[in-house]
Design a protein around this ligand. Sequence first.
Ligand SMILES: NC(=O)c1ccc[n+]([C@@H]2O[C@H](COP(=O)([O-])OP(=O)(O)OC[C@H]3O[C@@H](n4cnc5c(N)ncnc54)[C@H](OP(=O)(O)O)[C@@H]3O)[C@@H](O)[C@H]2O)c1
Length: 271
Amino acid sequence: MQLDLATLRTRNLPRTLAFFEEMDERRLFLRPPTASRSKPSSAMKDKHMTPLSDSRAIVIGGTSGIGAALADALEMRGAEVVRASRATGLDLANGASLPGWFDAQGPFDHLVVTAGSQAPGGGFGALDLNAARAAFDVKFWGSARAAQAGAALIRPGGTITLTSGFLARRATPGSFTKTAMNAAIEATAKLLANELAPLRVNVVSPGLTDTEAYAAMPEDKRIAMLTGAAGRLPAGRVAQPQDVAAGYLFAIETPSVTGAVIDIDGGALIA
Ligand SMILES: NC(=O)c1ccc[n+]([C@@H]2O[C@H](COP(=O)([O-])OP(=O)(O)OC[C@H]3O[C@@H](n4cnc5c(N)ncnc54)[C@H](OP(=O)(O)O)[C@@H]3O)[C@@H](O)[C@H]2O)c1
C-alpha cells in the first residue's frame, strides 16, 4: 500500500508522520542543484581561489634543485616568482634579517621554503651536535622564521609550503639530524595550518631526489647511489626535481589541502 502524508495524518500516526515530514523536508536538499545554487558565491570564490597567473610567490631555496624546478613551474603558469637564497642575499641562518627582507618584498600570495640540504649524518653516539644544531638553525628555525615574518604579508587565499624529507618518518640509523629536523617541520606545519587559518600551510616530503645537492659527489658514486636507490624503490626510479615540484603545485592549487604532508618519495616509506 502506498502511504502519503495525507493518509498518515488521517491514521493518527504522529511519529511516522513526523518521520515522513522530515524526509519530505530533506528531499529539498536532495534535489539537483539549480543553476543559482550551484554557482559559488563571490565570497567563497575570493576565499578559496588563487589563480596562479595573477599571483606572486617567494621560493626560498629557489636557486637550485627542487626549489628551482618549482620556481620554473610557477613561472610557466604565469606567476611572478622571487627566487631567494644566499646567492641572492638571503641567508636563513641570519634570522634577524628576515623581517626586514620580507617587508621589502611587500604583499605576496605563496611562500615556499625548500632551503637547507646540509645535515650531518652518522651514529648518534659520536654525532657532532653543534653541527646538527647548525643544520636545525637553517632548515627548521629558518622555515619557522620565514613563516613568521612572511605570514602577515600573504594575501587572502595564499599558502605556505615547507619542506621536510622521508627520513622524518623512516627511522633509519645514522639519520638523527634529518629525522628530528624534518619531523619538527611536519609537526609545526600542522600546528600553523590551524593557527594561521584560513591561510593554508602544508609540507612536501621528498625522498631521494636527483638534484645539485649531490653535485659534490664523485660522478661514479653519485650514479651508483641513484641507480641503487631506484632499484630498491617501489616506483623503480629516483625522483627528478620536477616530480617533487608537482607536490608544491598541488598544495598551492588545491583549496581544501591544509595541514597535509605530501610524500613524493618513490615509495621509500613503504619499501
Ligand atoms: N635532494 C634530496 O635527495 C632530498 C631528499 C629529502 C629532502 N630534501 C629536502 O629538499 C629540500 C631541497 O633540496 P635540494 O636537493 O633541492 O637542495 P639543493 O639543490 O642543494 O638546493 C638548496 C637550496 O637552498 C638554498 N639554501 C641553502 N642554505 C640556505 C640558507 N642558509 N639560506 C637561504 N637559502 C639556502 C640553496 O642556495 P644557496 O646555496 O645560494 O643558499 C639552494 O637554492 C631541502 O630542504 C632538502 O633537505 C632533499
